[in-house]
Design a protein around this ligand. Structure first.
Ligand SMILES: C[S@@+](CC[C@H](N)C(=O)[O-])C[C@H]1O[C@@H](n2cnc3c(N)ncnc32)[C@H](O)[C@@H]1O
Length: 257
């Protein structure tokens, strides 16, 4: 164990999954940490870059493993900072995108402990981007809207409706389990031929990918792996993906038989 007793916390974005999509600054912070408290979406491969003299502690919220409450996580960060010194709080993607980073910063700072933030590559852009799906495209989409489909109580947010009514590229996080219901809502406002993509475990070896049109989601539904993190992209930019193009060609060919 490295001996450094000055309590300090660095909030680091780990990137979307692949171990080399963390920033250089983030990796350096990990290498200088006494303790790393990491989330469910942080890859084992990235953690294995750091030698075992650094304490690495899982504090995630994924089903199947013990799920830590936000209060427990806040307490653990502060306790470890006072006990060991430099704590890296490692979060998937970028800490400020659905990461509850502010809650952790406020709590830690209330103990007089300094918090630094090192941004991360967010899955929002990187996961579709690594598949060749742009967020914006001249003449096709001039904006993108990042959202979670449902609110705390499980009901759909108004944003889903408003985004569906526009031409924006919709990027929906944490929506995999509600994919069917999301599409049922979106199709009230958008052309059934609007393309969508679902990317799960993006940028990792286990990545999976489905595309289609919102008017026919049957193929994609069968490919969904409920327990893997996934992003849903809806909008004409998805048609940039080569497999979408191939599926469209086949659809046209079969419909003309
Ligand atoms: C709590 S949010 C955190 C997002 C994170 N802060 C970021 O910037 O990427 C978790 C959601 O992000 C999405 N996500 C994160 N990493 C992903 C990946 N590698 N592939 C697909 N979706 C991912 C999924 O929708 C997942 O449910």
């Amino acid at each position: 164990m490295k001996l450094s007793k000055k309590a300090k916390v660095t909030l680091v974005g780990a990137g979307p999954g692949a171990k080399d999509l963390i920033t250089l600054k983030g990796l350096k912070a990990m290498q200088s940490a006494d303790v790393i408290l990491y989330d469910a979406l942080v890859s084992e491969e990235l953690l294995s870059e750091i030698d075992d003299s650094t304490l690495k502690i899982y504090v995630g919220k994924r089903c199947g493993k013990h799920s830590f409450t936000q209060d427990e996580i806040n307490t653990l960060i502060v306790e470890h900072a006072f006990q060991y010194g430099h704590v890296v709080r490692l979060k998937g993607g970028d800490p400020f995108v659905f990461g509850r980073a502010n809650e952790e910063i406020d709590y830690v700072e209330s103990f007089g402990v300094v918090v630094d933030v090192i941004p991360g590559v967010s899955s929002v852009i990187a996961v579709p981007g690594s598949q060749g799906i742009p967020m914006t495209q001249r003449g096709i989409s001039s904006s993108f809207w990042v959202m979670t489909a449902t609110k705390k109580d499980g009901s759909f947010s108004q944003d889903l409706k408003f985004a569906s009514q526009s031409e924006t590229t919709m990027v929906i996080l944490m929506g995999i389990r509600k994919f069917k219901e999301i599409i049922q809502e979106v199709i009230k406002y958008r052309n059934p031929l609007t393309p969508f993509a679902i990317i799960q475990n993006g940028t990792m070896k286990s990545e999976s990918f489905s595309v289609g049109c919102i008017g026919d989601i049957s193929g994609a539904v069968n490919n969904i792996e409920d327990s893997s993190p996934g992003i849903i992209v809806i909008g004409d930019v998805v048609a940039e993906h080569p497999s979408f193009f191939e599926e469209e060609v086949q659809r046209v060919l079969y419909s003309s038989l």
